[in-house]
Write a protein that binds this ligand. Structure first.
Ligand code: KIV
Length: 275
């Protein structure tokens, strides 16, 4: 019944927002990965990932769409529920899909469903200054939130594709302001996707909440990759920041362990993965 209390003193206590904050303060890198089902959830747990995301990337790597736009709330709930069953130690975050947070009330109802029906402990939404009010509203209801900046896949039809963001000074300056505003609004984590490494470093240093990067250089507080990219399952051309961790490994578990170790030891990302 009092599982949280019982596990607190164990060798592998469950990761919480406080754990992630302490990891930032201690300079311990946060190893994060996406996951979409219970079998892989048990595997990423055993590999000692700290943070697991049921990402709307499932629209691309599981459903075969060319963007994340078609993913629905029910899709994320279905996968999140399965992942939650397989996890014990990592902190579980679930994506709020396209157009599921267009108003405060809608965001609150949908975040509630991700937590109550999907078993998520934190919700992630994409956006900058426009989402500050939404993040503030969710945080005021004690919902843990991750704010996703930089390349925002739900906006690719507006922004012009999967491209590095923040190379221009004006865009970089806006990203600094957005990250700070989202933190001040109550975001517990900021996630930066596909931005110059220097910008990732600066924003990480400016924020007191943990910053997780994907293609954002080596200096963010943690890294996240899509599980299928780590295991080299995704067909076709891969983004520059992807590394195949199956090289020299004999099993998917060994591959995910290699990824977690590479993040912890700062071997990943290397210069060739950065913008
Ligand atoms: O949906 C997803 O997998 C993500 C990661 C790429 C961070 O948002």
């Amino acid at each position: 019944m009092y599982t949280q209390l019982q596990l607190r003193g164990s060798a592998r206590p469950p990761v919480t927002v406080a754990t992630l904050q302490k990891m930032k303060a201690d300079g311990e890198k946060i190893a994060s990965i996406t996951c979409y089902d219970a079998s892989f959830a048990a595997l990423v747990d055993e590999a000692d990932a700290d943070l697991v995301l049921v990402g709307d990337s499932l629209g691309m790597v599981v459903q075969g769409h060319d963007t994340t736009v078609p993913v629905t709330l029910d899709n994320i709930i279905y996968h999140s529920r399965a992942v939650a069953r397989g996890l014990s130690r990592p902190f579980l975050m679930a994506d709020m899909p396209f157009m599921t947070y267009t108003s405060r009330e809608k965001a609150l109802d949908n975040a509630m469903r991700l937590m109550q029906d999907g078993g998520a402990k934190m919700v992630k939404l994409e956006g900058g200054a426009g989402q500050v009010g939404i993040v503030e509203f969710l945080a005021s209801h004690d919902i843990a939130v991750c704010a996703h900046l930089g390349l925002r896949p739900q906006s690719v039809h507006k922004t012009g594709g999967f491209r590095v963001q923040g190379r221009e000074n004006a865009v970089a300056d806006q990203m600094h302001r957005d990250a700070k505003a989202l933190q001040d609004a109550g975001a517990d984590i900021v996630l930066l996707e596909c931005i110059p490494a220097e910008l990732g470093k600066e924003i990480t240093a400016e924020l007191h909440v943990p910053v997780i990067g994907i293609g954002a250089g080596p200096d963010t507080d943690g890294q996240i990759l899509v599980l299928y990219d780590v295991l080299d399952i995704t067909p076709g051309r891969k983004p520059r920041f992807v590394q195949n961790f199956m090289v020299g490994q004999e099993s998917p578990l060994a591959g995910v362990k290699a990824y977690v170790q590479a993040v912890k030891s700062r071997a990943y990302p290397a210069a060739e993965h950065c913008f």
